[in-house]
Design a protein around this ligand. Structure first.
Ligand SMILES: [Zn+2]
Length: 410
């Protein structure tokens, strides 16, 4: 009897794993027939059909358009991800803003909301504002018949994910801040599970989702905000490091003219190339582009306009940033030899003014010819990478165990 129960339990567990494999395959490779799925996964076609039926019942997958598999054979009906009524909510907390993005199972954006915040405020005030943003997002989704399966918060700095604590975030002036507990206490009792992760690493996940399908599976994603960090994808996987802190590149001591950094040291890379450095070089303190209470994207648009009309101070500031970027990126390429470095945040917004100089400095500083074949790319996601990656991660439990989820019908 015990052996029989064990057998039943094993079979149930294998079935759950296989449901996840089917769902993930449809996510990474797009719509395909049951026959193709069976071939992809090395499972009998009858098994795959069974699994697909269960996923259809759970509203996670649907029968899509008819595919013709070449000139011979019967037309095959494709199955594709459905799950429009489930979403993951990603919330980035940055120095200047907080942003909430909801992605459905297919990766479509269902919601994108941003608020301006002032990091100089007390962490309680900041968490109040973020909790309000989350509550509004969950309510908006529910009003559209969409269930939020999880919330992942992307924050800068060192994060203890298991404890849900931001250990140290210099630019937010946070130390040992229990973000998950703090938000949970402010949200309704029926709010979905909440987690916290590092903004650069979550951003790298979102960037990899864009470039992975074209074969880029070794990349370094660099965030460009007040703080500068990196998320490293190697062989398609996020590199965490022994204690989960891999990618803290913003505090490499690189500046030949060392300025004090928020971390307490001097000459860190982010004091050379972070947003504060750009603004400091480009404008006087009373210039509206330096006013933290104004929307960051509006301020950056002004800098773009100044660069476009050839304002000398702006161009010199951008050139200086581009040099500093090239120096640090050259170093990272020398260590990791990635296929691509993806520039995010404000580097992406101003990429056309930075790229040529950065590329030249990179080439000068990397020993391998042509920087080891590394491409320098500008993120197409701009300031949304971290929140998108967080939303993707919030959906992970669905892919991990689809058998535990049923999407509302629509
Ligand atoms: Zn520092």
């Amino acid at each position: 009897m015990a052996a029989h129960n064990l057998d039943v339990a094993n079979r149930a567990s294998i079935r759950r794993t296989n449901l996840g494999l089917v769902l993930r395959r449809l996510s990474t490779r797009g719509a395909r027939s049951r026959t193709q799925l069976a071939e992809d996964l090395g499972l009998p076609k009858a098994t795959v059909s069974n699994l697909v039926n269960e996923l259809v019942e759970r509203n996670l997958v649907r029968e899509g358009d008819v595919q013709r598999g070449g000139s011979v054979g019967r037309p095959r009906q494709a199955v594709e991800l459905h799950g429009r009524t489930l979403c993951g909510l990603g919330v980035e907390i940055s120095v200047d803003y907080a942003r909430a993005i909801a992605l459905d199972l297919r990766g479509e954006t269902l919601l994108d909301q941003r608020i301006t915040i002032n990091a100089a405020r007390d962490s309680d005030v900041l968490l109040d504002a973020v909790a309000e943003l989350i509550t509004r997002a969950i309510d908006d989704m529910r009003a559209q018949g969409v269930e939020v399966v999880g919330v992942t918060v992307a924050a800068p700095g060192e994060i203890d994910r298991d404890a849900g604590v931001v250990v140290f975030a210099a630019n937010l002036n946070w130390s040992q801040l229990p973000v998950v507990a703090g938000l949970r206490a402010r949200l309704a009792a029926d709010a979905p599970p909440i987690a916290v992760g590092n903004d650069a690493r979550l951003g790298a996940i979102a960037e990899h989702a864009i470039v992975g399908p074209v074969g880029i599976n070794d990349l370094i994603y660099i965030t460009g905000e007040i703080g500068v960090g990196a998320g490293i994808i190697t062989n398609g996987q996020l590199m965490l490091g022994a204690a989960g802190y891999a990618g803290e590149v913003g505090h490499m001591p690189l500046d030949p003219d060392p300025q004090p950094c928020a971390c307490g040291r001097r000459g860190c890379w982010e004091t050379m190339v972070g947003l504060s450095a750009l603004l400091r070089h480009a404008a006087d303190p009373d210039d509206p582009v330096r006013d933290p209470d104004r929307d960051l994207e509006v301020r950056l648009a002004e800098i773009r306009t100044r660069a476009a009309v050839g304002d000398e101070r702006t161009l010199a500031a951008l050139d200086r940033i581009a040099h500093g970027l090239g120096l640090g990126i050259g170093l990272l390429i020398g260590v990791l030899n990635p296929q691509a470095v993806v520039l995010g945040g404000y580097f992406a917004i101003l990429g056309d003014h930075l790229l040529a100089t950065t590329r030249r400095v990179v080439d000068e500083h990397v020993l391998a010819p042509h920087a080891g074949g590394c491409q320098l790319l500008v993120s197409t996601l701009g300031f949304t990478s971290a929140a998108r990656g967080a939303a993707q991660e919030a959906l992970e439990p669905v892919f991990h165990d689809p058998g535990s989820v049923s999407a509302p019908a629509n």
